[in-house]
Ligand binder design. Structure first.
Ligand SMILES: [Zn+2]
Length: 279
């Protein structure tokens, strides 16, 4: 069973957890580590012969077009992660459209190919911001992977479908690939990667993916950020909860990722959705 591997290409100071202490205007003053970390991820994926989908922040694409060209040259799929990592539900539909179009146009100019997929900053397509799906349809996206069917303080639509499906919207149709969860003891638990990969023991994620593949006969989708394989990144003076979420177990990400790559089959989101016949 082919599962989807996704990388949200952003740097350590651009994450939502730090937005209270890092202003967008100050981004150029931080040491950039995204190109080096993305390069390391590309090397790891090459080792295992795995292709993935890289949802790239438009601002990064604008600063570092060569990084995008390198991702494409190594056979991966490019998707959009918006332009400046604003939470969808913090924007008006017009602001959201401008942000998404700016990133899509930038990425398409660099890659000279259509960008089909979108991932919102911090999975911020929630019940109150489902209108973003219509913005995506109007912008020409064919799939989205931003809905997390869980309870969380910043994101999530509890009870939303857990596997790839077509959404019929007022503006048309779009395929949604929700972030992976497992159902245990009546609870829907996230196992999709990122902080969950860092916090959970490796066997929890691996048994979850096995269960999704073998019992539920569905593909899993996991995500990762380039800064998550960089234990040496500068430490920012953020609130304790944000620091715990961001810095815990950074040194374990690479070995946990390697175990997943060795044990399961991964490909791009586009390839998985096509194999399932929904795209
Ligand atoms: Zn992000």
């Amino acid at each position: 069973m082919l599962n989807a591997l996704t990388i949200d290409v952003e740097d350590y100071y651009q994450v939502s957890a730090f937005e209270s202490c890092v202003r967008f205007e100050d981004w150029p003053t931080f040491e950039s580590r995204v190109e080096k970390n993305t390069g390391r991820l590309l090397d790891i994926l090459d080792e295992y012969g795995v292709k993935g989908t890289f949802f790239v922040l438009g601002w990064e694409a604008e600063q570092r077009p060569r990084m995008i060209e390198e991702i494409v040259a190594r056979g991966h799929e490019i998707g959009s992660h918006g332009y400046r990592h604003r939470l969808v539900y913090s924007m008006t539909p017009t602001e959201c459209r401008d942000d998404i179009l700016r990133s899509k146009e930038l990425l398409e100019r660099i890659t000279d190919a259509p960008v089909a997929g979108f991932r919102a900053a911090s999975y911020s397509i929630v019940a109150e911001s489902l209108w973003c799906l219509d913005v995506l349809i109007d912008a020409g996206f064919t799939y989205d992977s931003s809905i997390f069917p869980i309870h969380h303080d910043r994101y999530g639509i509890p009870g939303a479908p857990r596997f790839p499906h077509v959404l019929e919207r007022p503006r048309g149709r779009i395929v949604e690939f929700p972030l992976s969860t497992v159902q245990r003891f009546g609870l829907t638990c996230p196992i999709a990667g990122g902080a969950y990969l860092r916090f959970l023991p490796s066997w929890v994620m691996r048994s979850g993916i096995r269960r999704i593949n073998e019992v539920e006969k569905q593909p899993a989708i996991i995500y990762l950020h380039p800064w998550e394989i960089d234990p040496g990144q500068p430490r920012l003076a953020a609130p304790l909860k944000s620091r715990l979420r961001h810095y815990t177990n950074l040194g374990q990400t690479e070995s946990k990722l390697r175990r997943l790559l060795a044990e399961f089959s991964f490909g791009t989101v586009g390839a998985v959705l096509k194999a399932r016949g929904v795209l």
